[in-house]
Design a protein around this ligand. Structure first.
Ligand code: ATP
Ligand code: MG
Length: 164
């Protein structure tokens, strides 16, 4: 069943606002005309939720996080942009490896798993994830997903299991 994207985004942003003790300004801008997509709601929430929580975690209190939703041909495109610590160039490609964390995070806690899960989910949909970042300026993560579901993601994403 198609999902109304604006509704999902709106709800998520609202949840993040309520749980955000760092008082960020979360700005949600919807440019999407299509509005509906054949995506799994749980997966979409997981993808966007992870990106927003990173944006909040790696940027100063009360800074702005911009969230945009748009269409591009047969794709839905969403972006999460923060004004945070940024990601060193040499780490940008490795962020999606499980447990990889950049060296500029000082004592900010985390496991280094969020983005590896996001990437698997995005790829299960035949989508793409793009990182643009500048140290001490901010980070912009763009996710592009085909409007039509390419595969059945639940069959592709295995449950995470510890290495034997
Ligand atoms: P968790 O598993 O709890 O999400 P994490 O946030 O460290 O832990 P990821 O979400 O996978 O793990 O992110 C991997 C690394 O990428 C982070 O440790 C951080 O170095 C970097 N990173 C991710 N998002 C941002 C961001 N918005 N700004 C700066 N660095 C980021
Ligand atoms: Mg994270």
């Amino acid at each position: 069943k198609p999902l109304l994207l604006e509704k999902i985004f709106g709800e998520l942003v609202e949840e993040m606002r309520l749980s955000n003790s760092k008082h960020h300004l979360l700005k949600f801008i919807n440019h999407s005309k299509c509005g509906y997509a054949l995506l799994d709601e749980k997966l979409l929430r997981q993808i966007i939720g992870n990106l927003i929580s990173n944006a909040i975690k790696y940027s100063p209190s009360e800074s702005t996080v911009n969230l945009t939703l748009a269409d591009e041909d047969e794709l839905i495109v969403f972006q999460v942009q923060d004004q945070g610590i940024g990601i060193p160039t040499e780490d940008q490609e490795r962020l999606f490896e499980p447990f990889h964390r950049a060296n500029n995070i000082s004592n900010i806690p985390g496991t280094g798993l969020g983005l590896s899960i996001v990437k698997k989910s995005v790829e299960a949909y035949g989508g793409q994830i793009i990182v643009e970042s500048e140290i001490n300026v901010g980070t912009k993560i763009t996710v592009k997903l085909p409007l039509k579901e390419a595969t059945e993601p639940e069959k592709i994403i295995p449950e995470w299991q510890p290495r034997k």
